[in-house]
Design a protein around this ligand. Sequence first.
Ligand code: NAD
Length: 499
Amino acid sequence: MTLTDATTASPTRPPFKPGQLFIGGQWKGASDGARRDVLDPATGQRITDVAAATTADVDAAVAAARASFDSGVWSRLSGRERGRVLLKAHDLMRARAEELAQTESADAGKPITFARVVDVEHAALQYEYAASLGQHLDGSVRETPANTHAYVRHEPLGVVAAITPFNFPLILSSTKIAPALVAGNSIVHKPASDTPLTALLMAEILQEAGVPDGVFNVVTGSGATLGDHLVGHPDVDKVAFTGSTEVGAHAAALAGKTLKSFTAELGGNAANIVFADADLDQAIGTVIQAFVFNAGQFCMAGPRLLVERPIYDLVLGILRDAVPGVPFGDTTDPATVIGPLASADQLHKVEALVDRAKQEGATVVTGGERVDLDGGFYYRPTVLAGLTNEASAVQEEVFGPVLTVQPFDTEDEAVQLANSTPYGLASGIQTTNLAKAHRVAARLDAGICWVNGWAMLDPAVPFGGVKASGWGREYGPEVLHSYQRTKSIVISLDEGAAR
Ligand code: NAD
């Protein structure tokens, strides 16, 4: 199925609209008519275009969101009623799963199998899980010593700006939109400039599911043009940002000027620690998965492999033999595991970082070069050894299919190396010694730690960063803290107080 087929396949729905924004329940072009091409990273070819929104379009989207919030058409429904709409959205996503998967694959360069079983599946689960939270938006009654009745309400915040990056467009928008909606907020969503298509499909789906006009709005276009305007907008109450640490810090500072609530899911550079007692077959599978998944464009990737010295040479040898065999290339082939990088920019960044690593003394165990294939943005999966811990490829977030490998001698040294970058998003431990796993997991600076596996994610398990990887949590009931404000109501029980 081509993207055109995927976006026009069903006669029962309105067709996907190139060059259109979704504001106040209406499809409309950018106020100046500008459009922006969307490329397939597997071929470098244009597949469609989207509107390049202006700041006036951002104003219109925020105004629509504000009006819908203030009207109470969504914000004053019960959580249960909103949950039902999200469940309908979940069902529609499953009914349109192939269309969503084909679109995500063509837009972001994802191997089709992963687009189906990871991106669409996980995004749908977010809606299903958020719908269940709608049953539990309860407040509480507090025992107070005075002659009062005190209770606590959790209320929606208002207008949420949901800003997302290019690497998992559908999942990362869903992790914000579903819980923000169930909590009763209205949303202006700005997807990444390069990968905006599934956000537009979700606008159709949410409208069909029954989300009232104005509650969900999508503005596509350049972050540099729209970002500051949206973040600084006086009618935006909260900014939910996922993206790089650099842009996140800039946006947080701007949000701080207007004292907006802000959550930040930022960059990562996780260490995967393999102890000598690990089940090596399982551990190697985990190591490879952790750095090649999504061509390494994964905030939770494990690009830093720390191996206990007695098995260091053995592990390097296995990686040298195994990594070139991971199915690579055509994203439409169901067997493909590694596709292209999502843009020419991303390819150039990875190329530059590996070239710098070579200058810094890296031994290329395997890979280390781009691949000319169908005009796409492909980089060969790469394993680098022999770098110091200060090398840029070790300290910086690579965001490509690149693994650095370092030996360690003691548990303390493993922890020290793992914690030695500015980031703190994810981490992993491969060992058969459970006591060691608990000890080390407790000492790692990371929002999540996987033992004997990688990227074991579930909507019920909170996820987020520490240090330069951000603050706030998504997933789990904890996500509601990001989209609700707490109000205390205290009533005098004294006779005559109300007279
Ligand atoms: P990015 O920071 O360049 O862009 C993220 C979003 O911010 C995009 O929509 C972009 O258009 C927008 N933006 C750009 N300038 C802005 C501004 N001035 N104000 C507000 N928004 C602005 O990130 P990217 O390159 O798209 O994505 C890769 C990064 O995202 C990596 O660092 C990765 O680790 C991180 N990421 C983090 C998580 C997480 O959950 N922690 C998940 C996925 C990706």
